[in-house]
Design a protein around this ligand. Structure first.
Ligand code: CMC
Length: 430
């Protein structure tokens, strides 16, 4: 990494700030010594100009619509790879050899069951609990079940915790779904691949034989690849910040799940489908486009726009193709929601407002239609996102823990409250 410097003139003084260059992408001005040199902080709400860390995992070029995991384009991984291979790549930095892949798949598979006491934990929830609430709680609760993998200073324990979470997320997610529909939990079946096993745990019932549809399994596996990591987004930054205090990995991932739940982040897939259902028919689209453009209306087109992509989200293109494959496989010829989505996309992509603000469909625009066709209720959409993103969170968390320069994350602020004043007793307050 080469460095040069930039000069900041502040308060009559001139300060040299090192500039660091990455392998690709924008350089960063290193302001870590700025406070010591000037007594001033930087101010960047929403972190639009702030790099919070160095990372070797994921690269996004938002203007060009490029997403790379460890240097590999997302399109190639989604086309040729599988999800567990992507997990290996994100965690270890290289694609596995055949032997490494077989070993990794075996190790993940051997951790799919959850402690049986977790069943009782589930019984404590109302049946209508949102599955994301159950996921926040149950993943956090793993730290109370697996004490032998919570010492973050031990690389072996960190590795076991990582394997456990990648392996148990599908089991917990399927349990959350089964609990909501009042069906018995289905135990994992380890001769199935990761995604087929998940489909079976969600949709099999004890009274019938369940055959995994390979087309749907492959499509869902691809959806998991698309969601596996996305650089320093809100939930990943949450995981890193939680981890910077030394919290155990299960607690950190639970924090990430909580952050992902919001409609501006992972909750957008659920919100996008609800929006398409609310629009209902293509003739109502102009009314919703007008709402989205109205400054006095808080409505936004869900599944549109992205903090980083100012071009078509590369994941959205693959997602759109996957949607068609799934609908074809299921023999769904006319899906009114798909009609609305296609028409809405066409109209928005030609509209001056969306063009000027560089608002393009993101991954969440089509994922809801696909997951709904597969049989998942809307409340499960963000759970599936969390399941897939777990590996990204873990890879980013591990990278941070292994970084010798890592310190607790502690942002500062611009204080705009009252200056110092003296306490007044209740009797004296006017
Ligand atoms: N519909 C209508 N207008 C929009 C939209 C939208 N979906 N998104 C942004 N805008 C407008 C916004 O009103 C603002 O206009 P102005 O400059 O006149 O005030 C401008 O575009 C910039 O928006 P912003 O809120 O400053 O942009 P941001 O980078 O802070 O927000 C976002 C990014 C993704 C939160 C936002 O685009 C959004 O709310 N989109 C809908 C929710 C969504 O689909 N989220 C999923 C993101 S992809 C999956 C993930 O990573 O979790």
């Amino acid at each position: 990494m080469s460095t040069n410097s930039s000069t900041l003139n502040f308060d009559g003084r001139s300060v040299e700030l090192p500039v660091k260059n990455g392998t690709i992408g924008p350089s960063v001005v290193d302001i870590s010594k700025l406070y010591g040199q000037t007594g001033a902080f930087t101010y960047d709400p929403g972190f639009t100009s702030t790099a919070s860390c160095e990372s070797k995992i994921t690269y996004i070029d938002g203007d060009a619509g490029v997403l790379l995991y460890r240097g590999y384009p997302i399109e190639q991984l989604a086309e040729h790879g599988d999800f567990l291979e992507t997990c290996y790549l994100l965690l270890y930095g290289e694609l596995p050899t055949a032997a490494q892949k077989a070993d990794f798949d075996y190790r993940v598979t051997r951790h799919t069951m959850v402690h049986d006491q977790m069943n009782r934990f589930f019984q404590g929830f109302r049946r209508d609990a949102h599955p994301m609430a159950i996921m926040v709680a149950s993943v956090g609760a793993l730290s109370a079940f697996y004490h032998d993998s919570t010492d973050i200073s031990d690389p072996q324990q960190r590795m076991i915790a990582s394997m456990r979470m990648i392996a148990k997320m599908p089991t917990l997610a399927a349990m959350a779904y089964k609990y909501s529909v009042g069906q018995p939990f289905v135990y994992p079946q380890n001769d199935l691949d990761y995604t087929s096993n998940f489909l079976r745990m969600c949709f099999a019932v004890p009274c019938e034989e369940y055959k995994v549809n390979p087309v749907l399994s492959r499509a869902l596996d691809r959806i998991f690849i698309l969601h596996a990591d996305h650089e320093q987004n809100a939930s990943t930054s949450t995981v890193r910040l939680a981890g910077s205090s030394g919290a155990n990995p299960f607690a950190c991932i639970a924090a990430g799940i909580a952050c992902l739940w919001g409609p501006a982040h992972g909750g957008a897939n659920e919100a996008a489908l609800k929006m398409l259902e609310e629009i209902g028919t293509p003739d109502r689209i102009p009314q919703y486009i007008a709402k989205a453009k109205d400054k006095n209306d808080p409505f936004r087109l869900m599944g549109f726009g992205h903090r980083v992509y100012k071009n078509y989200d590369p994941r959205a293109r693959i997602m759109q193709k996957t949607t068609h494959e799934v609908l074809n496989e299921l023999g769904i010829k006319d899906d009114p929601l798909l009609d609305v989505a296609v028409e809405l996309e066409q109209i928005a992509l030609k509209d001056e407002y969306f063009l000027e603000k560089k608002l393009y469909p993101n991954i969440d625009f089509y994922s809801g239609i696909t997951l709904k066709a597969m049989g998942f209720p809307t409340s499960m959409f963000t759970v599936l996102f969390a399941l897939a993103r777990t590996v990204g969170w873990i890879a980013q968390w591990s990278e941070m823990i292994e970084d010798p320069s890592q310190r607790i994350g502690r942002p500062r602020q611009l204080y705009i409250g009252s200056p110092k004043r003296d306490y007044v007793t209740v009797a004296q307050r006017g």
